[in-house]
Design a protein around this ligand. Structure first.
Ligand code: C2E
Ligand code: MG
Ligand code: MG
Length: 449
C-alpha cells in the first residue's frame, strides 16, 4: 500500500478539500459548478433537460444569535444530513453559502417535477432540530431553473435559479419559485426603468404632486400628501408603485427622495402657513441613519418649518430593523416633525408596534374605506381602528375616499381626516397653488357676504 504522504495522493487530497465544505462535508460551490459543467457537456447531444435548485434557510441569523454560533453550526450539519439523505436518482447537494444549499437533478425534466422536489425538501427541513436540550425550527425558500438547450452556460443556469430564489424570498417564507421567461422580461424591464430613472433623478426630472387631506367635518384642507410623479420620454408615465420599489431595491431611493422633498418643500412655502406637507419614506430609508440628517438639511436650506412636515411610514418599514427605525423616528419627532403610520391594516400588521412606537397619525388603508358601504367586516374594522386611535391619542385619516356616502359614514363613526378622489386628485405644484388661491378667495367671499 502506498503511504498516504505520497505526492500524488497529497495533491488529490488538497484538490478534494478545495471542493469540499469543511463544516458539513458536502461539496462546495466549486464542486457544484464543476458538476453542472460536466453534465452540460455530457448532454451535448441529448435534448433531455435537467434541473438545479438553490435553497436558502429563512431567518437563519436570528437562530445563530439566539442559540449561539456553535449550535448554529450543529443545525447546519443536521440540515446537510437531511438534504443528503433526500437525494436520489443521481441527484447531488452542495453547500454554496453560509445558509445556502444547491441541488442538481440530472433526471428531473419539468418545472412541476423540480417544484415538487423542492417542496419535499422544505418539508424535510421543517421538522425540529435538537440544540442541546432545546429544539429549533427552520423554514427555507427555494429557487429552481431548468437547463433546456445547448446555448446556456452554468453561470446563466445558476443566475436564473438565484433570480427565482429572490422572487421566492420576496413572496414570504417557505416558498418555491421556478424561473420563467416572464421573470427575465420583468428583470429586463426593471433594469431599463432603473437606468432611465437614474438619469431622471440626476437631471431633476421627478416631480412632486400634491393630494389634499381634509378635515371631514368642515371639509377644509388641512395639508397635502406629496406623491412622486415621473414621465419618461420613451417609457411614458410610470407609476410610483413601480418605480419607487425599483429605486429602493437598487439603492438610489435616497437621492430620489431628497429631490422630491426639496421640490415639495419649495412649493409648499407659498401655501398658507397653517397647512402641512406630508411625505412618504421608504422602508430602506428607515435603516439608513443619515435619513434624518438629509431631511433636516433640506428643510433648513429651503426654509421650511419642520413643524409643518409629516412623515408617512409603513409597518414594513419598521419591521426590517426596529431599533434603527425607532431612532430615526425619535430624531425626527424631536425636531417637531410628525409621524404617520401609512396603509394601516395591510401587510404585516402588528398591533404590538403601536405600543413600542408613538405615532401622531394613522392612515386607514383604502381597501377598508372602499368597502365600508357594502361590507360589514370592513365597517367593524374601521370602527375598531378609530376607537383604538382615540385611546392612543392618534389622529385617524381615511385614505381613498371616492364617494360621498363613504365620507358620511366615516364622519358618523368619528373619523376626523380624509383623503381621496372625492376631495381632489394629486396635482402638480402650480395647479395646487391655484386650488389654494380659489379656496382662499371662496372663504373670503363667504366671510364678506
Ligand atoms: P400611498 O402613500 O398610500 O399613497 C396613496 C396612493 O393612493 C397614491 O397612489 C394616491 O394617488 C392613491 N389614491 C389617493 N386617493 C385615491 C382614491 O380615492 N382612489 C384610488 N384608487 N387611489 C387613490 P400613487 O400616487 O400611485 O402612489 C402609490 C404609492 O407609491 C404611495 O402609496 C407610496 O407608498 C408610494 N410613493 C409615492 N410617492 C412616493 C415618494 O415620494 N416616496 C416614497 N418613498 N414613496 C412614494
Ligand atoms: Mg402615503
Ligand atoms: Mg397610504
Amino acid at each position: 500500500m502506498q503511504p498516504s504522504f505520497a505526492p500524488g495522493s497529497d495533491r488529490g487530497e488538497s484538490a478534494d478539500l478545495a471542493f469540499t465544505d469543511p463544516l458539513t462535508g458536502l461539496g462546495n460551490h466549486r464542486r457544484f459548478f464543476d458538476k453542472i459543467d460536466r453534465l452540460i457537456s455530457d448532454r451535448a447531444d441529448d435534448p433531455a433537460p435537467f434541473a438545479v435548485g438553490i435553497l436558502d434557510l429563512d431567518g437563519f441569523k436570528p437562530i445563530n444569535d439566539l442559540f449561539g454560533r456553535r449550535s448554529g453550526d450543529d443545525i447546519l450539519v443536521q440540515v446537510a444530513m437531511r438534504l443528503r439523505a433526500a437525494m436520489d436518482g443521481g441527484a447531488t447537494v452542495a453547500r454554496i453559502g453560509p445558509d445556502e444549499f444547491a441541488f442538481l437533478y440530472p433526471m428531473v425534466f419539468s418545472e412541476e417535477a423540480v417544484a415538487e422536489r423542492a417542496r419535499m425538501l422544505i418539508e424535510i427541513l421543517s421538522a425540529p432540530y435538537d440544540v442541546g436540550d432545546r429544539t429549533a425550527r427552520l423554514s427555507a425558500s427555494v429557487g429552481c431553473s431548468l437547463f433546456y438547450s445547448g446555448d446556456e452556460t452554468t453561470e446563466i443556469l445558476v443566475d436564473k435559479a438565484e433570480t427565482a430564489l429572490y422572487h421566492a424570498k420576496r413572496s414570504g417564507r417557505g416558498k418555491v419559485v421556478v424561473y420563467t421567461r416572464e421573470m427575465e422580461a420583468a428583470a429586463r424591464r426593471a433594469t431599463h426603468i432603473e437606468q432611465a430613472l437614474r438619469r431622471a433623478v440626476s437631471s431633476g426630472e421627478v416631480e412632486p404632486h400634491f393630494q389634499p387631506i381634509i378635515d371631514l367635518a368642515t371639509r377644509r384642507i388641512r395639508g397635502f400628501e406629496t406623491l412622486a410623479r415621473w414621465t419618461d420620454r420613451d417609457l411614458g408615465f410610470v407609476s410610483p408603485s413601480i418605480f419607487i420599489p425599483i429605486a429602493e431595491e437598487r439603492g438610489f431611493i435616497g437621492p430620489l427622495s431628497q429631490l422630491v422633498l426639496r421640490k415639495a418643500a419649495e412649493a409648499a412655502r407659498s401655501w398658507p402657513s397653517d397647512l402641512f406637507l406630508s411625505f412618504n419614506l421608504s422602508p430602506s430609508q428607515l435603516v439608513d441613519q443619515n435619513t434624518g440628517l438629509h431631511i433636516l438639511a433640506i428643510l433648513d436650506r429651503t426654509g421650511f418649518d419642520p413643524r409643518r412636515l409629516e412623515i408617512e411610514i409603513t409597518e414594513t418599514g419598521l419591521m426590517n430593523d426596529p431599533v434603527s427605525a425607532a431612532k430615526i423616528v425619535e430624531d425626527l419627532r424631536r425636531c417637531g416633525i410628525r409621524v404617520a403610520l401609512d396603509d394601516f391594516g395591510t401587510g404585516l400588521s402588528s398591533l404590538g408596534r403601536l405600543r413600542e412606537f408613538h405615532f401622531d397619525k394613522l392612515k386607514i388603508d383604502r381597501s377598508f374605506v372602499s368597502s365600508i358601504l357594502d361590507d360589514r367586516p370592513s365597517e367593524h374594522i374601521i370602527r375598531a381602528i378609530l376607537s383604538m386611535c382615540e385611546g392612543l391619542g392618534m389622529e385617524a385619516i381615511a385614505e381613498g375616499i371616492e364617494k360621498e356616502g363613504q365620507a358620511a359614514r366615516l364622519t358618523e363613526f368619528g373619523c376626523s381626516g380624509g383623503q381621496g378622489y372625492l376631495f381632489g386628485r394629486p396635482a402638480n405644484a402650480e395647479t395646487t397653488l391655484g386650488l389654494l388661491r380659489d379656496t382662499l378667495r371662496g372663504t373670503a367671499l363667504a366671510a364678506a357676504s
